[in-house]
Design a binder for this molecule. Structure first.
Ligand SMILES: Cc1cc2nc3c(=O)[nH]c(=O)nc-3n(C[C@H](O)[C@H](O)[C@H](O)COP(=O)(O)OP(=O)(O)OC[C@H]3O[C@@H](n4cnc5c(N)ncnc54)[C@H](O)[C@@H]3O)c2cc1C
Length: 215
């Protein structure tokens, strides 16, 4: 399936790097858990970092019912969110052609508050996105905690992906310059887990954490 290309989501600069298929958009969203949500209140734009979880064409957000972002999004106002993974520095022979290798997504949609079974499903989706398997290992939210949490479902009305891969692209004449050029890949990795000081001695790492550090 492809997201329809409209004036809103069409990549204009280097359109060859634009992608509209669901699989590409989903893969970039699924490789992260932090997005930046943009919305406007009283003619003032805001961009707020927040955790998300994707399930189908729904993106779940959560937080305090007092959050300006969530309170306003729950009114069904227009919103946009973006997720970016930086995969490497691209070092060219000229200053102008320096770049980054990256994968990014921009989503458009409106959010609605969810309750009951979908609220718990939304929280599970967010939790699984951050750390698969953790939800099954911990105490689930009680009624008081659920009351203190607002969960929204943002319906993905439209989306686009854009990515860059590969070496620098220099001007033909610049390839003769005695300047080092190439890429420096970037990898994000987890380090050794630090047990909380209040854990009983000798407690084993749970499966979710083991899977993070298995490599
Ligand atoms: C990695 C990360 C993950 C987060 N995940 C969540 C989440 O899942 N749910 C959630 O509710 N909140 C999350 N937050 C916090 C979120 O960014 C807001 O701070 C939060 O929603 C509080 O909103 P508010 O209503 O108090 O602030 P608002 O009234 O929305 O903000 C008031 C002003 O405070 C400033 N401000 C607010 N947040 C930030 C910020 N993060 N950094 C710098 N300035 C800020 C801005 O100037 C803003 O205009 C996360 C933040 C980070 C960095």
């Amino acid at each position: 399936m492809e997201y329809a290309q409209t004036d809103r989501n069409t990549v204009r600069r280097l359109p060859i790097r634009g992608h509209y298929d669901q699989a590409t958009v989903h893969a970039i969203l699924d490789a992260g858990y932090l997005c930046h949500v943009a919305f406007t209140v009283d003619d003032q734009p805001f961009v707020i970092p927040t955790i998300y979880g994707r399930r189908g064409e729904s993106i779940y957000l959560h937080g305090s019912p007092a959050s300006r972002m969530l309170k306003n999004l729950a009114q069904g106002i227009k919103a946009s969110l973006s997720v970016t993974h930086v995969d490497g520095l691209v070092l060219a022979r000229s200053a102008f052609h320096h770049s980054l290798n990256y994968r990014s997504v921009v989503v458009f949609g409106r959010a609605t508050r969810v309750e009951g079974a979908e609220k718990e499903q939304g929280l599970l989706t967010i939790s699984e996105q951050v750390l698969k398997g953790r939800w099954q290992e911990v105490r689930k939210p009680n009624a008081k905690e659920l009351n203190a949490t607002l969960v929204l479902r943002l319906n993905m009305e439209s989306a686009s992906a854009k990515n860059r891969t590969g070496p620098p692209k220099d001007e033909a004449d610049d390839y003769a310059l005695p300047v080092w050029a190439g890429t420096v890949p970037i990898h994000t990795r987890f380090s050794r887990p630090q047990p909380d000081a209040k854990l009983p001695c000798g407690m084993e790492l749970p499966g979710s954490v083991r899977s993070l550090v298995a490599d």
